[in-house]
Design a protein. Structure first.
Length: 229
């Protein structure tokens, strides 16, 4: 089953927490991914990610940080409890990061087990941010998500990388962008974005395994089940 993009929510500012809120009701069992860009280049500035319905958020292992400049963090919650006015709450230490930007997206097509597979992160200064290549994915049907923090003012416009869609961003001095694509084969994956003006950036690619239904029971296995074998 391929993942299906549902909706995005964004927020940015200097007040903790930042609370991007989905405009439509979220659905039980879905996946939420969250890109957090912070302006201080200190991962410790983010102190917690929660939401309206008490879902558990996990940070992917990959990191991408330019010390004292910017970083991007990638978080997700799976098999969520959904509902109306669903806000993601990102708390941060305002003494470390002067501003954060948050972009969250909801997807369907995931099961009740943790879908995280692999991730990778990188930093640089250019007009072509890239996460680098992940390790080989463990499942063919997967969702690849790109997470980006772009440092500097909003005159450097962020746009989606080749092959990706579902682009969303919180336009600010430290921008948080998301993009995604479905893949149907195993292999390595790389997230790329484009900037209109060269800036410092931090980029992560994370892969999430879509729900795959178990194979149907064969006649022999069904007979064995009935016979208690």
């Amino acid at each position: 089953m391929a993942a299906v993009f549902i909706q995005s929510a964004t927020s940015n500012g200097t007040v903790s927490p930042q609370t991007p809120t989905f405009s439509s009701t979220t659905t039980n069992g879905n996946l939420i991914v969250v890109a957090i860009s912070e302006s201080g280049g200190n991962a410790a500035s983010i102190t917690g990610v929660t939401d309206t319905f008490g879902n558990t958020y996990t940070q992917v292992p990959a990191t991408a940080l330019i010390a004292t400049v910017t970083s991007v963090q990638a978080w997700y919650a799976y098999n969520i409890v959904g509902g109306a006015s669903h806000a993601v709450n990102v708390a941060f230490n305002t003494g470390i990061a002067a501003r954060i930007s948050v972009t969250a997206q909801e997807f369907s097509g995931f099961g009740s087990t943790d879908p995280y597979d692999v991730s990778v992160g990188a930093t640089g200064t250019s007009t072509t941010p890239s996460s680098g290549a992940t390790g080989t994915t463990s499942q063919a049907d997967s969702l690849v998500v790109g997470f980006l923090s772009r440092n500097g003012n909003a005159s450097s416009l962020v746009s989606v990388g080749a092959g990706y869609s579902n682009f969303a961003t919180s336009v600010s001095a430290s921008e948080a962008a998301l993009e995604s694509k479905n893949v149907a084969v195993t292999g390595t994956q790389t997230a790329t974005f484009n900037l209109s003006i060269s800036r410092q950036w931090a980029c992560i690619a994370a892969v999430f395994k879509a729900y795959t239904a178990p194979p149907p029971a064969t006649a022999s296995s069904a007979t064995n089940l009935l016979m208690g074998v």
